[in-house]
Ligand binder design. Sequence first.
Ligand code: PEP
Ligand code: MN
Length: 654
Amino acid sequence: MIVVLDHAIRDDDKSRLHSFLVEKGFQVREIVGEEETILGAVGSVAIDIREVELRPGVQRVIPISKPYKLASRELKKSDSIVQVGPIKIGGPRIAVMGGPCAVESEEQINEAARIARESGAVVLRGGAFKPRTSPYSFQGLGEEGLKLLKSAGERHGLPVVSEIIAPRYVDMFKEYVDLMQIGARNMQNFELLKAVGATGRPVMLKRGLAATIEEWLMAAEYLLAHGTEDVLLCERGIRTFETYTRNSLDISSIPVARKLTHLPVIVDPSHATGIREQVPPVALAAVAAGADGLIVEVHPDPEQALSDGPQTVFPGQFEKLMRDIEALAPVVGRELTRIPRERSTPDGGASLGTSVGSRGVGDAADSGAGASSGARGDASSGTPIAYQGERGAYSEMALVRFFHDTEFEPIPSRSFRDVFDAVLAGRAQFGIVPVENSLAGSVHENYDLLLQYPDIHIGGEIKIRVEHSLIGVNGSSIGEIKRVLSHPQALAQCDEYLRGFDWERVPFYDTAGSVAHIVSGGDASVAAIANVRAADVHGATVLKEGIETNPSNYTRFVVLIPGEPSWQEGANLASIVFSTPDRPGALFHAMELMAKASVNLKKLESRPIAGKPWQYMFYVDLELPTGKAEFDSLLDTLSGEVSDLRLLGVYRAV
Ligand code: PEP
Ligand code: MN
């Protein structure tokens, strides 16, 4: 049952309630959510719920209707985040695990780890105890395999996952692996589930060959009921009458599982298909269907693999797949998880990106990852980060995505200039501003501000998909609407939908602000257009999602950091700005220098120079050369050819 607590419950009432439930024989978990705090109480105990309802500090009691309780979405509405080493799996990011079916030798697993890491995988896989169909097939290297896996993972900075096949290996696995895998054949090996669950460690539970989704979730319940809170589900294909592929990937199990449970869902396209060529398209389909991650078999030389070679992709295929996932992720509102990288700011105080003051797993699950807010309660003590707009603005959404692993305090600011000012004055440690929209083009004001604030540079970027929703006051319906408010650009972007109605279109300064405005007016005939997060933040109702005419609408945001930019390991993009002398071929010569340095230009844009009519600055985004020396020498030669050359930032573009 779910015991919803009063906001004002006294600590002693709460602890007495807790003890009461435990004495009755329940297992009790406290879940602090966005709106309310609950105690989840599960166990095979019969109790009259009025006994609980009447206790002080209890708001209401809701029975959990599903046979799986701890795994159920009824118990926990927000997505769970499972921490595997430094990697958080679940929420807005997609984690890819890669590696061979089995560890075969030190050289093989080291090379596989290098390949996996270089292509962007965040967890290294490798079986050491292989449950093979034939007793004569390669059975794995056993403990020696686990040792090799662990040391390859350490060498390449990757946590590791491996399959455990019997309870007697639990202590051994605790020593070597970060994530224990329960294989498809063992999904209902209840003694194994109990033993692994009792370790309290992260587990990935594969779906059985012939298991229903409910059986799969019941198996997860075993793990949760025995102690661990960190369970990943893994869909790896089920047995059907089809023989062309090794199994049939049940793609619909992904959205179904995500609806029924808060646990992250991983997909294994390798065992699902059994055919190398089918792995990339099926992997992309899984991402499109909402998978939180993938586990893919990749081997330095799949044709020589001792197990599952035909379904194991070549390193080149894996690298291409990772790039395709990176391109696809924003379409479904996600981005790829990367290995946290320490990047210190010039003042040495804080670091940027996924490594900033990592919040606890539970916190991330309940505040950062939820669609509604990453900005409340616990976050107020975090890193202050400025953005332009009201709560629920697209900029805030970009902030939450970029700083997902960080304890942060969002600082809403009136204008873009206020964001720069907040960063400069130290009121915010970072800022985030949009620089370009895929339909509307550059946000020139921010390019100009970057020039006006030489003490601020770009330290990162994130692209988010702009998805507009029609939002009304609570209890309203589309039929009642007479006027619709939003930023003029959002109104224009929803033109096709709006043309179907006779509504007055009212321009408003900001999308999220339009939602706040209609909520304060409380008039059911007035609606707003903004993102779903704005509806959540301001307590309004989404009447229709996805009303934008063109679904390929993305905005690119950059992260602002105080100080001078410097070379960053792992960065792949640099933004520079310069002006050229007023003579024929001046820009051409600058471009020529970049071409000679084999530097790829991603964007070139000109802007008028303030106070110098008809003179222009050029903004260039360029793909970084591999080494710092080449980059420095390019800047050096360029500065001889152009004027006012400034490096705006060196950062990782995704
Ligand atoms: C594996 O991942 O190596 C494996 C044996 O998978 P499954 O249990 O899904 O067959
Ligand atoms: Mn395998």
